[in-house]
Design a protein around this ligand. Sequence first.
Ligand code: NAP
Ligand code: G4F
Length: 329
Amino acid sequence: MTKKRALITGITGQDGAYLSKLLIENGYEVHGVVRRSASADLVCSRLIWLGVADETVLHDGDLTDLSSLIRILDSVKPAEIYNLAAQSFVKSSWQQPYLTGLVTGLGVTNMLEAMRLVCPEARFYQASSSEMYGQVQEPIQSEKTSFYPRSPYAAAKLYAHWMTINYRESFNLYTLNGILFNHESPLRGIEFVTRKITDGVARIKLGLSDELSLGNLEAKRDWGHARDYVKAMWMMLQQDQPDDYVVATQRTTTVRDFCTLAFSHVGLKADDYVRVDKRHFRPSEVDVLLGDASKAHDKLGWKAETTLEEMVAEMVDADLVRVQQKEHL
Ligand code: NAP
Ligand code: G4F
């Protein structure tokens, strides 16, 4: 029997790696778009960590290069497209606003155009973000809540979000948005606050460092586990009709409390090591995010399975091993 074929952009990132594993376990042939790098040996480290690097087929391409996307879609002819590629670090989006708009915004239009031209029968998932809620207009955010983007990243994501809806309504394509709240894992990039904390805790515990420098400790996020969230992406594309869904745990926690959990996992007190450095603050902040995932619960049957405490423990333990073994990820 021929396998169902999926194409993932952003396959080398956190979500791309977990989604590859999920799809392979479900019998898919998984293809990914990888941009050229001078450090090609490091590019697949997350896929290697999850043990799926040898089972994925990688194609050279870039979201800003329409012809590369057309060529890849034409050769792969996927049934499902997961568009996860982005300049995804919010803080960098103030330093590189044009690039962020080009990749995270217009890059999505390139993907939608390529699909419309080459494989209009495919199903398309767009990685939308809770960051679009920004200065929140309701205390709990659902699919019906108005957006108020507070960063170049969020503005680019909002453009991509509406383009995805526009292609659905204009061309009757199967395109949808998953509005995912923050999700983390041992494979999270080191620049994001959760992984910065768990890596810092491991270094302090092992005597390699004596403090952890952070920015705004009062910001609150609705943090889930990436492994659970990629399942929601897949479930969305299995529905008869395309629709947009919020994915969240429905619990919000401060950065400060995340620190407390991570340090206490190794028997230390966060207050003894955490230092606030204004250089880590942002030009404008998203103070709090808290998602209402009722629609995903009711229509997809999806629910977050991993608690924050379980996730923090998994991340700290993974970083203890990595720091001891001097591994880079
Ligand atoms: P990530 O780890 O930063 O991965 C981003 C991926 O995009 C990487 O594979 C990166 O490739 C690729 N990429 C960047 N620029 C590209 C370009 N010009 N052409 C092709 N590929 C490019 O992000 P993630 O956490 O897995 O998130 C996946 C998606 O979900 C992103 O779109 C993100 O904005 C969105 N999202 C994430 C969260 C979250 O909490 N994680 C929440 C909501 C939405 P390299 O490896 O070469 O850098
Ligand atoms: O971990 P963060 O950098 O994630 P942020 O900005 O919420 O964005 C992530 O989630 C979005 C979904 O809502 C995604 F769309 C996006 O791609 C990305 O995955 O920062 C979280 C909070 C912020 O309020 C930040 O100001 O942590 C605060 N923070 C405090 N100290 C810090 C630090 N953030 C970072 N990265 N580094 C710090 O030292």
